[in-house]
Design a protein around this ligand. Structure first.
Ligand code: ADP
Ligand code: MG
Length: 635
């Protein structure tokens, strides 16, 4: 291959943006660039170890893996060297010049320009290699791929718009990152300071990270230098240690290493399983969801190791989709080293591990809910919606998931976040109450203002509020909890405690209730709009409301379907009026049939509005109201 001259190339637009943000928003915690670069070096070694299982020639017999961190005060450089997998020219261009992550555009659209909140977001995005520019005015990368016969490459940039790239002969396998430090970052050429940072970010890594034993002055003999290098970390993969030997801080650092998260984890669980299956798992719950939690293409899953050899990132097969926010590693002794994603999908051992890990996460959550309520609340606020997916996805664990659910209710007062579990609900329900009541609405406010709650408020019965997009769907899976039926107060003929909640002599009671003279007068007015007219048992303050029939599709579900372009046959509601309300009483006395009709139409429209629905014909509503007001004013 002919030697290529130095080429100048532009960073991809998103990469440029990220670089700028990095430099300007994250300055307060500069030292993390070392975590990122050491992390990359360790990943590169993991990858080579893995590749060389099938292609032993890639290591050329050199399996003495290590990462070296050195500095030079005079030239103000800091260098991180690894003998990992290295990169080809093409890899350098795509890995260091672009951001390949899915959802990148979405990520940038969320940035606000406010440094503090943007810094938070970048943290969730993962900062990576570009964090080097927080401390360096120029970054040089010399790298040579472990693929036999590869030519080396030198990449250079000052983090502005472009970088240069050229072939470089005589480079050994692996990658050397040379940082030309900014004046303000010279602390990283202080041996003591550097050593403590390197130690902090490498203690959990399974490769020796080495530094020069004592400052060497004016030497140029490589050999001598080599001798003086010593590992500053224990070089034992963290999860292989026993729990009692690992400090919380080490667990936290390891989390940041594998998750690229800025924040500390909310909680973790480290377990060694022995017996028929042997594996170790270390699972973390993050504090905040990643920006792309709902993006289908987002990589998810655990880091998979087999007998301590790194096999792959994002092994999805070890956890169900609704636990996709869990980060961590699983290290199996039973899988073959050459295991592929396809094999993982079918392997019975993988299924058993997955079932066990799922239970592990669920019990971690239920323990937290019991012992650390506040922490669980924090978790629920961030991840509740994803957990709800589990009600449909994971039939075998439905009961445990149901116990993790939290709801606002008419007992939350003004505080949406004051939630209750099903267990809590049952613990404070009325004595003779069998059902668990709930209402679906578009928001907390709409739920709390619904006329359907009036009778429940009056009788001090708790009603759960459901207003997440996914709720109506979820409730179709949750019809019963510990033998208590869940009842939608907006549907059908709701029975109150003490009223014999069982479905029994429905007909007779309904018939009786419908014996009201207004029923017959109202029915012809609304006959095209409603299925039935009847006096209400659920209203105390409002004159009228609309009720869904038992099998009608809920408002939320209908909206979702319609947003997806599906037209839904409209099912007509029931119209219920409150015979004790002054307006209704007055209506009863109205002898002018035209005027009676107008008033009924207004009551119907108002009931739709109170339900959070929109009017079919707002103009008619307005003109009716205006006529009414004119009458009032002139009379
Ligand atoms: P991430 O590590 O999350 O993929 P980075 O920005 O840290 O993102 O790195 C981008 C990519 O550059 C890596 O995925 C890897 O392919 C490549 N890379 C970075 N550092 C090294 C290295 N020391 N050796 C080999 N490849 C590297
Ligand atoms: Mg990285």
């Amino acid at each position: 291959m002919a030697k290529k001259k130095t080429e100048k190339m532009n960073f991809q637009t998103e990469a440029k943006q990220l670089l700028q943000l990095m430099i300007h928003s994250l300055y307060s915690n500069k030292e993390i660039f070392l975590r990122e670069l050491i992390s990359n070096a360790s990943d590169a070694i993991d990858k080579l170890r893995f590749e060389s299982i099938a292609n032993p020639e890639m290591t050329e017999g050199d399996t003495d893996f290590h990462i070296d961190v050195t500095f030079d005060k005079d030239s103000k450089t800091l260098t991180i060297v690894d003998n990992g997998i290295g990169m080809t020219r093409e890899e350098v261009i795509s890995n260091l010049g672009t951001i390949a992550k899915s959802g990148t555009a979405e990520f940038f659209s969320k940035l606000t320009g406010d440094q503090k909140s943007d810094a938070q977001l970048i943290g969730q995005f993962g900062v990576g290699f570009y964090s080097a520019f927080m401390v360096a005015q120029e970054v040089e990368v010399e790298t040579c791929s472990a693929i036999p016969g590869s030519t080396g490459v030198r990449w250079k940039s000052s983090g502005e718009d472009e970088y240069s790239i050229e072939d470089a002969k005589d480079l050994g396998r692996g990658t050397r990152v040379i940082l030309h430090l900014q004046q303000e970052a010279l602390e990283f050429t202080e041996d003591y300071r550097l050593r403590s940072v390197v130690k902090k970010y490498s203690d959990h890594i399974g490769v020796p990270v080495r530094m020069v034993k004592a400052a060497i002055t004016g030497d140029d003999e490589e050999a001598k230098k080599e001798e003086e290098l010593e590992a500053v970390n224990s070089a034992q993969a963290l999860w292989t240690k026993s729990r009692t030997d690992v400090k919380d801080d080490e667990y936290k650092e390891f989390y940041k290493h594998i998750s690229h998260d800025f924040d500390e984890p909310l909680s973790w669980s480290h377990n060694k399983v022995e017996g028929k299956l042997e594996y170790t798992s270390l699972l973390y719950l993050p504090k905040k969801p990643p920006f792309d939690l709902y993006n289908r293409e987002t990589p998810k899953g655990l880091k998979l190791y087999v007998q301590r050899v790194f096999i792959m990132d994002d092994a999805e097969q070890f956890l169900p989709l609704y636990l996709r926010f869990v980060k961590g590693i699983v290290d199996s002794n039973d899988l073959p080293l050459n295991v592929s994603r396809e094999i993982l999908q079918e392997d019975e051992k993988v299924t058993s591990i997955r079932n066990a890990l799922t239970k592990r996460v669920l019990s971690m959550l239920s323990d937290m809910a019991k012992k650390e309520e506040e922490k669980y609340q924090e978790f629920w606020d961030e991840f509740g919606e994803v957990i709800k997916e589990g009600m449909g996805e994971d039939f075998s664990n439905r009961d445990s998931i149901a116990k993790l659910l939290r709801f606002s209710s008419n007992k939350s007062g003004e505080q949406e976040k004051k939630v209750v579990s099903l267990e809590g609900y049952l613990g404070r329900k009325a004595k003779d109450q069998k059902s668990i009541y709930y209402i679906c609405a578009e928001s907390f406010e709409k739920a709390s203002q619904s006329p359907h709650l009036e009778i429940f408020k009056q009788k001090d019965i708790e009603v759960l509020f459901l207003f997440d997009r996914i709720d109506e769907w979820m409730m179709s899976m949750l019809t019963e909890h510990e033998e208590h039926p869940l009842v939608d107060v907006m549907r059908g003929d709701v029975k109150l405690p003490g009223e014999s909640e069982e479905k029994d002599d429905e007909d007779s009671s309904e018939e009786k209730a419908e014996e009201h003279p207004l029923t017959e007068r109202i029915t012809p007015v609304l006959k095209d709009k409603v299925q039935k007219v009847r006096p209400s048992k659920r209203l105390t303050d409002s004159p009228a409301c609309l009720v869904l029939s038992e099998d009608a599709m809920g408002i939320q579900m209908r909206k979702i379907m319609e947003a997806n372009g599906q037209s839904m046959p409209s099912s007509k509601p029931y119209f219920e009026f409150n015979p004790d309300h002054p307006l209704v009483k007055r209506l009863d006395e109205e002898s002018d049939e035209d005027r009676f009709g107008e008033l009924v139409e207004i009551l119907f429209d108002q009931a739709s509005l109170a339900e959070g629905g929109s009017l079919q014909d707002p103009a008619s509503y307005v003109s009716r109201m205006n006529r009414l007001m004119l009458d009032l004013m002139s009379g």
